[in-house]
Write a protein that binds this ligand. Structure first.
Ligand code: TRP
Length: 364
């Protein structure tokens, strides 16, 4: 029997880029098409996005459909996958409230991802000024995962601390009340470079503010321009110079994207990436040539995505309807779990069991 429940999600704070693609979207499509699951759910985490965009809700609003278009264009399929919006699932907020009693404040602030995000926002190690909702988001994420009894959570490695936190909550809840919640497992990409694809400038993270990302919705021309200006080996000045492939972003992207078939198609003088790397290391291979190859490889991936995006951009009412229907389904699944959770804690009152208990108590 198919037992797996797969759940993952993204913050709607911008269009998705090729880092999201190799880090998670590609894996989701694969899982979806393998079909070995009872339920597959993808959530647009708008409440979580608000935890660090409270002053800019318009940004969140503007990106709901953009992210849906990204999902649909990479091949996530509403016939197979349930898409939903987090804020419409009231059970998530309620579950969060109950789980908050099971986690200490220092434990939240020790979360490595939260810690580095606190630093990024300029709070250093002084947590004064950190909004409660922001520090609390790992608990809310535990609600996202457990509400659907997900056991498989495909994410990038930056999300491992969130899954760890969720596992602790599941253990604590089941020990304290009753065995209701399911223990989730993270599923991260096998290929290490896919976990965090650097920006085109070699910077560790692809981000809108740094302007170093390649987006799934970029045009052919934009992609080409970005690829041709990518960071390579700064010491590889002449074609004949030996080059470094290790911190060379073009090779990092090739590691993440290219296949042996790409060599047959575009660069038949090499058998595979190892041969290409060896030539670059020896010297005699120019940056323009490897960039042109990368551009062809990326186009092979991005062109069909772009086509599908165009298709759905012309069908926005349909896209909204997909999200609405998915949200209704997600609501009924999450409400079932919420009822079980309330029953396990013993805070369900308007049923036969409670009535009889109270009648017994007061009839003595
Ligand atoms: N924290 C995730 C991110 O920033 C988004 C997210 C929210 C999520 N809830 C989730 C991912 C539940 C997986 C499961 O990308």
């Amino acid at each position: 029997m198919k037992e797996n429940i797969i759940l993952t999600g993204d913050r709607p704070t911008g269009k998705l880029h090729i880092g999201h693609f190799v880090g998670s979207l590609r894996e989701r499509v694969k899982l979806q098409n393998e079909g070995n699951y009872k339920e597959m759910l993808i959530m647009i985490a708008d409440m979580q996005a608000l935890t660090d965009n409270s002053g800019n809700p318009q940004k969140v609003r503007d990106n709901i459909i953009e992210v849906m278009l990204d999902y649909l264009s990479v091949g996530l399929d509403p016939e197979k996958t349930i898409f939903f919006v987090q804020s419409e699932i009231k059970a998530l907020t309620e579950l969060t409230m109950y789980y908050m009693n099971l986690v200490t404040l220092p434990r939240l602030l020790r979360n490595p991802t939260v810690k580095s995000e606190i630093k990024m926002r300029g709070y250093d190690n002084d947590t004064t000024g950190v909004p409660v909702g922001f520090a609390n988001y790992p608990i809310s994420q535990a609600a996202d995962i457990t509400a659907f009894k997900a056991n498989v959570v495909p994410v990038g490695d930056d999300q491992l601390p969130m899954i760890e936190q969720t596992r602790e909550i599941v253990k604590s809840f089941n020990n304290t009340y009753n065995e209701v919640l399911i223990m989730p497992n993270a599923k991260i990409p096998d290929n290490k470079v896919c976990c965090r694809l650097p920006g085109t400038d070699g910077n560790a993270k692809m981000s809108k503010s740094l302007g170093n990302g390649i987006y799934l919705s970029d045009t052919k021309e934009e992609v080409k321009r970005k690829v041709m200006s990518m960071y390579t080996d700064p010491n590889h000045l002449k074609i004949s110079d030996p080059g470094n492939v290790e911190e060379n972003t073009v090779f990092t992207y090739l590691d993440a994207f290219c296949t042996d078939e790409d060599f047959i198609k575009y660069l038949p003088e090499y058998k595979n990436l190892d041969e290409l790397k060896n030539h670059y290391r020896r010297g005699g291979l120019g940056d323009v040539k490897i960039k042109q190859f990368l551009n062809q490889v990326l186009e092979g991936v991005l062109e069909p995505i772009r086509e599908k995006r165009k298709y759905y951009e012309q069908r926005i009412p349909e896209v909204i309807e997909i999200l609405k229907l998915g949200t209704a389904k997600a609501n009924s699944l999450a409400n079932e779990t919420l009822n079980e959770v309330k029953h396990a804690i013993g805070i369900d009152y308007f049923n036969e069991e409670f009535l009889n208990e109270q009648l017994n108590k007061f009839s003595k």
